[in-house]
Design a protein around this ligand. Structure first.
Ligand code: SF4
Length: 225
């Protein structure tokens, strides 16, 4: 299937994230997975997944460097939303032993750390899927400003971004309307939450993703490039 054929099927439901998730699952079945960081705004997409179908596969990149609060939040959301198909994607032990034996690789080579803890584990896990759903939004950062809801990658696989055109205000309004529990670090100024060593709270007026890899030119971990 190419992107034109997929768009033909998905365009009628493109503006309704729950219907889009349901239809995408109908098309791809077990070849579909949702990627979630269980971060600051993840709860909305996860609630929509639960509404569409509770057993859609959800992948969590468990880098070994997450905040304790994120891991606890993940367990809470599984229970609250009734999600039944979460899989942790983890780095290879031999890579950690070889490249990051002290656990401090992030401090002197963040790209290498993301490669062994995120990019390569996801690449291995992705081999089982034809389409991945992400919660990325155009409004999150200038690097995402031209993102589409339906994308095809060079390897032929698809990325579905149901919230691509939602603003931060849209997201917060819907989270409030659905009475969804917030990530516990949001109230401490963390508006985009990744690994603990590479995430800081943001100041008023900053882009949410300014809190990621602060002080480095790095803006993406590489899994969406
Ligand atoms: S975000 Fe930081 S700690 Fe996490 S994998 Fe990337 S460099 Fe390592």
């Amino acid at each position: 299937m190419d992107i034109n054929q997929l768009e033909l099927q998905l365009n009628p439901v493109k503006d309704d994230p729950v219907a889009l998730l349901r239809k995408t699952h109908d098309i791809f079945g077990k070849k579909l997975a949702v990627l979630s960081s269980f971060g600051a705004e993840s709860v909305l997409l996860l609630a929509m997944v639960a509404e569409a179908k509770k057993n859609i596969r959800i992948l969590f990149l468990n880098t070994g460097k997450h905040f304790e609060e994120t891991l606890a939040y993940k367990e809470k959301l599984i229970e609250v939303l009734g999600l039944t198909n979460i899989v942790d994607v983890t780095p290879e032990k031999q890579d950690i032993d070889h490249y990051d034996p002290t656990g401090e690789l992030w401090a002197f080579d963040a790209d290498a750390c993301c490669r062994i803890r995120k990019v390569e584990p996801l690449q291995r896990a992705s081999l089982s899927y034809k389409a991945l759903v992400t919660g990325r939004k155009r409004s999150q950062a200038s690097t995402r400003a031209t993102m589409q809801i339906i994308e095809q990658r060079q390897d032929g696989t698809f990325r579905i971004n149901p919230l691509a055109f939602w603003t931060a205000e849209d997201i917060q309004k819907e989270i409030t309307r659905r009475h969804l529990p917030p990530h516990p670090l949001v109230s401490h100024g963390y508006l985009s939450i990744g690994c603990e060593p590479c995430t800081r709270p943001v100041q008023e007026g900053e882009e949410a993703r300014c809190g990621r890899w602060s002080g480095l030119s790095k803006t993406e971990c590489g899994i969406h490039l």
